[in-house]
Design a protein around this ligand. Structure first.
Ligand code: FMN
Length: 347
């Protein structure tokens, strides 16, 4: 399976599938299953110093919607076109307990040639520096710092962050970069029209890779009860987010150049979706909710499908990166095709 090997910000991965953070990455058993399923990297459920962020997990709710915006079954049998909605919280353990668990899991990951990534979410920057330092001192190999959770506007003030300004990103990343020397990934919000600028700011300040992009917030009324589903605004995601992620990847690649390592996340459900994100400029691709909803077999199946596709195209994962993005043209470069538009309106 050598053709699956890839490089992300100076790190070699055995394949580009990153089993990304979610509730299925809280218990050690879940992380271990993702490792054993063959993921190239696994991101632990995030933590920070905020008790409010931990408490939020005990208020958390999740649901799947069908395309009619009615509840759909949760589980492996959910239809492919579900939208997932949640209001989540952070890892429930104390930071010390979380770190001890990550250290044990890192050993298991190493035995499987898998990269275990510790994940922190920004609350207070001074505190984040301290936590990041402890992650490095514990011997962990990589840190992901999420500065773009969907929930900052909804959660208790100071629990999590949604950073929207390039100047702020520059400052935050510079501080964490000065604190740790292990590879540093910055996870950005998707709730911005400036994702490429935010990514550029992160790279300028020393990020090794940038993960794009976080989920959006949505609001769905229940047509029966007239209440909002789950009582509030929700982070939403699903297969339909893939074009948006691919667009951010392609635009960011155009802005920061092909050498900068991008990680695509938000909307990947399958091996071919991973291929789509690689073609758009991702060096690796995160998958969270598809695995949380359908189980760890999604990882194994996606890797087999990606490998088949690469073999069929005569490509390695590395060679696939950015091919479609680099063929992207402007509207003005498209040929004139007359009244072709008439074929697309009702007769
Ligand atoms: C229930 C749930 C919990 C999540 N928890 C975290 C988290 O702790 N840290 C984090 O960085 N991202 C977290 N995420 C975001 C995912 O890692 C991912 O960025 C997002 O779900 C989009 O990717 P997907 O379409 O593969 O799910 C969570 C997502 C979900 C659905």
């Amino acid at each position: 399976m050598d053709r699956l090997q890839c490089r992300v910000g100076g790190l070699e991965l055995k394949n580009p599938l990153i089993a990304a953070a979610g509730e299925h990455m809280i218990d050690a058993s879940g992380v271990e299953r993702a490792i054993r399923a063959g993921a190239g990297a696994v991101v632990m459920k995030s933590t920070n110093e905020s008790q409010a962020a931990k408490d939020q997990l005990l208020r958390a709710e999740y649901m799947a919607f069908g395309p009619d915006w009615r509840p759909a079954v949760w589980g492996a049998d959910a239809p492919a076109d579900v939208t997932l909605a949640s209001r989540s919280g952070l890892a429930p353990q104390s930071f010390d307990q979380w770190l001890s668990q990550v250290i044990v899991l890192d050993r298991i990951a190493r035995e499987h040639d898998c990269l275990l990534i510790a994940s922190l979410i920004l609350a207070d920057l001074d505190q984040a520096e301290g936590l990041a330092r402890q992650v490095e001192q514990a011997g962990l190999r990589a840190l992901e710092f999420n500065i773009g959770t969907p929930y900052a506007s909804q959660a208790v003030k100071g629990a999590v962050s949604t950073e929207l300004l390039p100047e702020r990103v520059r400052e935050i990343v510079a501080r964490i970069r000065a604190t740790v020397s292990i590879p540093l990934g910055i996870k950005l919000t998707g709730q911005s029209e400036r994702v490429p600028e935010l990514a550029e700011a992160a790279f300028d300040s020393g990020a090794d890779n940038v993960v794009m992009a976080g989920r959006l917030l949505g609001f769905v009324p229940d047509i029966e009860t007239l209440d909002p589903f789950l009582g509030t605004s929700l982070a939403v995601g699903g297969y339909w987010n893939l074009p948006l992620t691919c667009q951010w990847l392609a635009l960011t690649r155009a802005r920061v150049g092909p050498e900068a390592s991008l990680v695509g996340i938000n909307g990947a459900q399958s091996g071919l979706d991973i291929a789509r994100m690689l073609l758009s400029g991702a060096s690796a691709v995160g998958m969270a909710s598809a695995v949380m909803l359908r189980g760890y077999e999604v990882i194994t199946r996606s890797l087999a499908d990606l490998d088949n596709w690469l073999a069929e195209k005569g490509l390695t994962a590395t060679q696939a990166v950015g091919i479609s993005a680099d063929r992207r043209k402007s509207f003005a470069e498209m040929p004139l095709i007359g009244e072709h538009w008439r074929n697309f309106v009702p007769a």
